[in-house]
Design a protein around this ligand. Structure first.
Ligand code: ASP
Length: 344
């Protein structure tokens, strides 16, 4: 009997599997067979590894909500045959995909580890091999009871495993490209792989339910000093728009300019949901702490606590798809679904 853990590798694209076009020097995705050729070490890991790939691997800047659903479906279709899943993905929008998967895969109790790299796998100084090999080890890891060590969606990058919906890409060049500013790493890889069990979500025994609907009628508005009310009014008047993430200053503060606030009030009066997420990398929104957020409280802007913009956007798309009544989404936003924010 085959006792080796089974892991499914899902290749979607990204730098990890790119090669340089000799004519232009621009990086473009290579297919899975070529990728596997570059890492003969894969054959030496004590894991039964299978793989599937997007028909056309993509740069993650081209990822759309439909692609998140595509990945979720692949995991759902293979869920019972595998102990864990590794998603190879471009780093640029990996935090969005990881966030979306955490909501789409309700009741997940196996590891789904997203990873990628800053340098293509064929290059001498590549960070891809370590990321890939360790991600596979984590996806296969079991605790002393034979249960999956990390039963949640996570991102592995440069010696750190992080909760997927807590990660942000913070650097365009460094190998250490991701951070989880408001939640401790789930594991650190040195000589040993050290898991922080207290940081990992407890296993859910509800069974997996794969959601396949997302509502993309959402927007992100990043505030800046001097932002004009007329511009905000225009942006929030987009036909069909149901919700917007306002990325605010510090602990959730915004200008007190009457025209700006009127634009928000009008949007609220039309039933638009507004979610307040800080522009800061770490820390949380505390509406009402400063007078500069009092008007937001009065008009019913939802405080996002320490959620990332990436997770906020994915959660809104997920909840709006389930709930035709936008006000009910407001209530559901206030509860954490899978560890995406720190609940008071
Ligand atoms: N542009 C690439 C992507 O996100 C960058 C990377 O993979 O790191 O697909």
């Amino acid at each position: 009997m085959n006792q080796r853990p089974t892991v499914l590798l899902i290749y979607t694209g990204g730098t990890i599997g790119m090669w340089a076009d000799p004519r232009t020097g621009a990086l473009q995705p290579m297919d899975l067979a070529h990728l596997e050729e570059q890492v003969p070490e894969l054959g030496r890991i004590a894991v039964d590894l299978r793989s599937v790939a997007f028909e056309r691997p993509i740069d993650s800047s081209d990822m759309r909500p439909a692609d998140w659903v595509r990945i979720a479906r692949i995991i759902g279709d293979h869920y019972h045959a595998f102990d864990g899943f590794v998603v190879l993905h471009g780093s640029d929008t990996m935090a969005y995909t990881a966030s979306a998967l955490s909501f789409l895969l309700e009741g997940l109790d196996k590891p789904v580890v997203l990873t990628g790299s800053q340098l293509p796998i064929g290059t001498i100084r590549t960070d891809a091999k370590e990321n890939l090999i360790t991600a596979i080890e984590i996806a296969a890891a079991k605790d002393e009871h034979g249960m999956p060590m990390v039963p949640e969606v996570a991102v592995y990058f440069e010696y750190r495993l992080m909760r997927g919906n807590r990660t942000v890409k913070v650097h365009a060049e460094r190998f250490e490209a991701f951070r989880s500013p408001n939640w401790p790493p789930l594991a650190e890889a040195g000589v040993h792989l050290r898991y922080d069990r207290a940081a990992i979500l407890p296993r859910r025994n509800t069974g997996l339910r794969v959601h396949t609907e997302l509502d993309d009628r959402v927007a992100v508005i990043r505030l800046f000093p001097g932002i004009r009310g007329s511009w905000v009014r225009h942006a929030l008047s987009m036909p069909g728009l149901r919700a917007a993430v306002l990325t605010t200053f510090g602990s959730g503060n915004a200008p007190t300019d009457p025209e700006f606030l009127d634009a928000l009030r009008e949007a609220r009066a039309r039933g638009l949901l507004l979610l307040n997420v800080t522009q800061c990398i770490g820390g949380q929104v505390e509406q009402g702490r400063y007078t500069t957020s009092e008007a937001l409280v009065a008009m019913g802007v939802v405080p996002g606590a320490d959620i990332t913009v990436e997770a906020a956007l994915a959660k809104l798309m997920f909840l709006l798809a389930q709930e035709p009544d936008t006000e009910l989404v407001t209530t559901r936003l206030r509860a954490a679904i899978c560890g995406e924010f720190t609940q008071a």
